[in-house]
Design a protein around this ligand. Structure first.
Ligand code: TRP
Length: 338
C-alpha cells in the first residue's frame, strides 16, 4: 500500500483541509508508505501572488508537521522540486482524451461562464494530478469527496496507457500492467466541509470572505466570531437526522462538530435537540479552539524557522525523486522515447 495525496498552497490552510484531508493523512502514516505533496504547480493554474506563494508552501508544510505528520516517517515535499511530475504530465496529456476532460465538473464549476478566459492549466489540471499519483504508482489516494472524479480519471488514464502499450509493457517488464490503478480513500472525518456563510459551497481558501472559513492559524477571538456569525436558519435543533438534508448550514456545523469531537451526528443531535443554535455554537467554538489553536501555535513556531521547513522539503524531494525518477525512465522506454 502506497499513499499519495496533495494540498494546494493557494492561501490559508483551513478547517476544510484539516478535517477533509490532513486528519486522514495522519492516521495513515502508521499503516502505509505515505507521500504528501504541496502541489504548487496546481496552485498556479489560477493567479498566485509571487510574493505569497513560497510563504504559502511553507505554511502547508508547517501545517502538515504541526498536525502530527512526522517528516521522518512520511515523504513531504513540494511538487515543483520534482521535475518528474511535469514531464509525466506531458506524456499523460497524450494519453488522456479531450472528451474525458470535458466531463470534469470541477473545471466547469471553477470556470463558470468565464471558460474562455481560464488558463489551459486549469483545464488540464486533472492530468497533472494523475501524473502526481502515477509517478509513484500510488495505490491509495486520500481525498475529499470533490476529488473523486479526478481519481477516476487517473484510473482511466492508467488503464489506457496499460492497454495502448500492452505489448511493450509485456516485453520490457514481463508484467501485463505498468501503471497501478489508484483507489480513492474518502474516509476523512468530514469529506466535505462547507463555507460558514453558505452551506452549499465548499470551504475554500479562495473565498473572498475570510468569515467563510476557519483558518488553522486563526486565534481564539477569530474562531469565536466566525462561529458566532456563521449562517444558520431560524429553526431549532432537530432530533431527527433526516432534517439535516434540507438545512445545509446546520448540517455543516453538526458535521464539523462531529469531525472534531469524533461523535456521530445522531449523538450530537441527541445532545442539542430542542435547543437554539447559540448553545451548539458555544460548544462548537470551545472544541474548535481546543483542537485548532494548539496546531496554529505550533505552525507559527515552525514557520518562524524557514530553514527547518526548507530542509524538510529538500529531504522529501530527494526521497520522492528516488521513487519517481526510475518510474518515469521506464515509462519513456515503454513509449519508445529511450
Ligand atoms: N486536486 C487536489 C485538490 O484540489 C490536490 C491534488 C493535486 C491532489 N494532486 C493530487 C490530491 C494528487 C491527491 C493526489 O484537492
Amino acid at each position: 500500500m502506497r499513499v499519495f495525496s496533495g494540498i494546494q498552497p493557494s492561501g490559508n490552510l483551513h478547517l476544510g483541509n484539516y478535517l477533509g484531508a490532513i486528519v486522514n493523512f495522519v492516521s495513515l502514516q502508521n499503516k502505509a508508505e505515505c507521500i504528501y505533496c504541496v502541489v504548487d504547480l496546481h496552485s498556479i493554474t489560477v493567479w498566485q501572488e509571487p510574493s505569497h506563494l513560497y510563504k504559502n508552501i511553507h505554511e502547508i508544510t508547517a501545517g502538515f508537521v504541526a498536525s502530527g505528520l512526522d517528516p521522518k516517517k512520511n515523504i513531504i515535499f513540494n511538487q515543483s522540486k520534482v521535475v518528474e511530475h511535469s514531464e509525466l504530465s506531458w506524456i499523460l496529456n497524450c494519453t488522456a482524451r479531450l472528451g474525458w476532460l470535458n466531463r470534469m465538473t470541477q473545471f466547469k464549476e471553477k470556470a463558470g461562464k468565464n471558460k474562455e478566459n481560464m488558463s489551459i492549466g486549469l483545464y488540464t489540471y486533472p492530468i497533472l494530478m494523475a501524473a502526481d499519483i502515477l509517478a509513484y504508482k500510488a495505490t491509495h489516494v486520500p481525498v475529499g469527496e470533490d476529488q473523486k472524479q479526478h481519481i477516476e480519471l487517473s484510473r482511466d488514464i492508467a488503464q489506457k496507457f496499460n492497454t495502448d502499450y500492452k505489448d511493450r509493457i509485456n516485453l520490457l517488464t514481463k508484467n501485463s500492467e505498468f501503471f497501478v490503478l489508484p483507489k480513492p480513500l474518502i474516509n476523512g472525518p468530514v469529506p466535505r466541509v462547507m463555507s460558514l456563510r453558505d452551506g452549499k459551497k465548499k470551504m475554500s481558501s479562495s473565498d473572498l470572505s475570510d468569515m467563510s472559513r476557519i483558518n488553522i492559524m486563526d486565534d481564539e477571538d477569530q474562531i469565536f466570531n466566525k462561529i458566532r456569525k456563521s449562517k444558520t436558519d431560524s429553526g431549532i435543533i432537530p432530533s431527527d437526522i433526516s432534517e439535516l438534508d434540507n438545512r445545509p448550514e446546520l448540517r455543516n456545523l453538526i458535521s464539523i462538530y462531529s469531525g472534531i469531537s469524533k461523535q456521530s451526528h445522531q449523538n450530537i443531535l441527541n445532545e442539542f435537540s430542542g435547543e437554539q443554535f447559540s448553545k451548539l455554537k458555544k460548544y462548537l467554538t470551545d472544541i474548535l479552539i481546543a483542537e485548532i489553536c494548539p496546531i496554529g501555535h505550533e505552525m507559527k513556531k515552525l514557520i518562524s524557522d524557514p530553514s527547518y521547513i526548507d530542509s524538510i522539503l529538500l529531504d522529501g524531494a530527494e526521497k520522492a525523486r528516488a521513487i519517481s525518477k526510475p518510474i518515469l525512465a521506464e515509462t519513456k522506454k515503454i513509449i519508445g522515447l529511450a
